[in-house]
Write a protein that binds this ligand. Structure first.
Ligand SMILES: [Zn+2]
Length: 477
């Protein structure tokens, strides 16, 4: 599989060597890839990424990075009407990348290396600009001038670029020197534009734009601590000239102290606790001198509690969490862990109570809602679970996980057709249409469900078949 991807990547860059030209930065790429095609391309790659073991599926951390991006997008006129989704990959290297369709990936290593929320925001602000300016689509357009590529081949190239350290979005480098040079010229133009627009986003959203300078400068010196150049710099070439330009832009901006949200450090500690094996995670905190009274130590204590919980050391986890109760008791991350410990200890009624109370304060918190639903399902209170799932779906019908829980609830209630139909909705939201189709076909064969349910499954099968057919037609274009 990998070999095919790499071959495609090299093929498409061999053509690029001749056709390469610095694209006009003012132009839209819409004449080559329509917004629908960009979205189809991004979703196709996301389907693969979501099944990658590195896909970091922690709702707390994922919602936090999306919240930071949301602050930036709220003040970004060029992003109006565009779809964005930030996802996290468990990878210790320092990297972030943007894909067509508004999908932005951030490595856990980069989140850990950011010392302030503004530093993390500066990377996201930069990546958002790659999306709003259609840089990736434009680059692909330039590359395929000599060799037209199907969307499927582009998706394959994008995926290969993500995993290969010497070729990636924003800096897809070919094997030939000419291709590399032309590529770098184009990338440098894009990088500067992404910096310039990124700084504007940071200022308007109230983040410290100096975060971009401090973070990029840190990256530049990173290779003296680690071997090799950080992946982010390989894909986003950082020249002295580029750094100087960033510094120039920042010069006239008055200094402003910007406070991090309390969740920033909590999320970093949480990620530290969630990577590696549970044992390694506990060891990464053990031995630290931590005082619950010191605000700078409290996120570390929270992280320690997460690591102990993962390692099934529930009593110790609860003790750590209790030591910061006074300071953190209204934080949803604290409340969620508190309930999860009770849940995994088997104190299900207590867990249910804790989730219920916490949800009255934070009704939209995904981690709390998932925990509450899981506890109801474990208690076999399936009808209540179903009612709660339905209520949440009415708030956010794109939340894939809710349909997965719905499928479990229906299965527990022995409603097989409804269960497979819910699984189909889950796969649809994961952009895996062929798996969705399989589930719908199984649903029809289950032998249960009334006339109306069967008709709705049949209608759904037609919708997906049509969507798949039009996708195929687009890919052949
Ligand atoms: Zn970049």
């Amino acid at each position: 599989m990998k070999k095919v991807f790499l071959c495609l990547l090299i093929c498409c860059f061999a053509g690029y060597a001749i056709a390469a030209e610095l694209p006009d930065l003012g132009d839209s790429s819409a004449n080559y890839l329509s917004p629908q095609e960009e979205s189809a391309l991004g979703r196709q790659v996301m389907m693969e990424i979501r099944s990658d073991p590195a896909y970091f599926d922690d709702p707390v951390s994922v919602d936090f990075v999306n919240h930071v991006a949301g602050r930036l997008l709220a003040v970004s006129e060029d992003a109006i009407g565009m779809h964005f989704e930030v996802f996290i990959l468990q990878d210790p290297t320092l990297n972030a990348f943007a894909m067509p369709g508004g999908f932005i990936g951030v490595h856990t290593g980069l989140i850990m290396a950011a010392e302030t929320e503004s530093e993390l925001a500066s990377v996201l602000a930069h990546e958002i600009s790659h999306v709003t300016q259609h840089h990736i689509a434009r680059e692909m357009e330039a590359q395929s001038q000599n060799m037209p590529l199907t969307l499927a081949a582009m998706a394959a190239a994008l995926l290969a670029a993500r995993t290969s350290p010497d070729a990636a979005v924003g800096g897809m480098m070919g094997a030939q020197a000419g291709a590399i040079q032309a590529q770098l010229n184009a990338s440098r133009g894009y990088e500067k534009e992404a910096d310039r627009l990124g700084i504007q986003r940071l200022i308007r959203s109230g983040y410290d734009p100096r975060g971009m300078w401090t973070f990029f400068e840190k990256l530049q010196h990173y290779d003296s601590f680690y071997e090799g150049v950080p992946a982010f710099l390989q894909t986003h070439p950082l020249t002295t000239e580029r750094l100087a330009e960033i510094q120039n832009r920042l010069q006239n901006i008055p200094y402003k102290q910007v406070q991090d949200s309390p969740n920033f450090q909590l999320v970093r500690s949480r990620i530290k606790a969630l990577v590696g094996t549970p044992n390694e995670a506990v060891r990464s905190f053990a031995g630290e001198e931590l005082n619950p009274k010191y605000p700078q130590d409290q996120p570390e204590i929270y992280g320690y509690a997460v690591a102990l919980w993962r390692n099934h050391q529930f009593t110790e986890a609860q003790q750590k969490l209790d030591s910061i109760r006074l300071y953190a008791k209204t934080n949803p991350m604290f409340l969620s862990l508190n309930a999860a410990i009770a849940q995994d200890e088997g104190k299900l009624d207590l867990a249910l109570d804790l989730y219920h109370q916490a949800l009255s304060q934070y009704p939209d918190d995904r981690a709390l809602n998932y925990g509450y639903i899981k506890t109801l399902l474990t208690l076999k209170r399936n009808q209540e679970a179903l009612a709660h799932i339905r209520k949440r779906i009415s708030h956010n019908e794109q939340d894939a996980k809710l349909y997965n829980y719905e499928a479990r609830a229906f299965a527990a209630l022995n409603q097989q057709l409804a269960s497979h139909q819910a699984l189909a909705y889950y796969y649809e939201r994961m952009d895996n249409y062929s798996a969705a189709l399989d589930q719908l076909q199984i649903a029809l064969k289950t032998g249960d469900g009334d006339f109306y349910q069967k008709s709705s499954v049949e209608a759904e099968i037609d919708t997906i078949k049509n969507a798949l057919a039009s996708d195929k037609a687009k890919r052949k274009k």
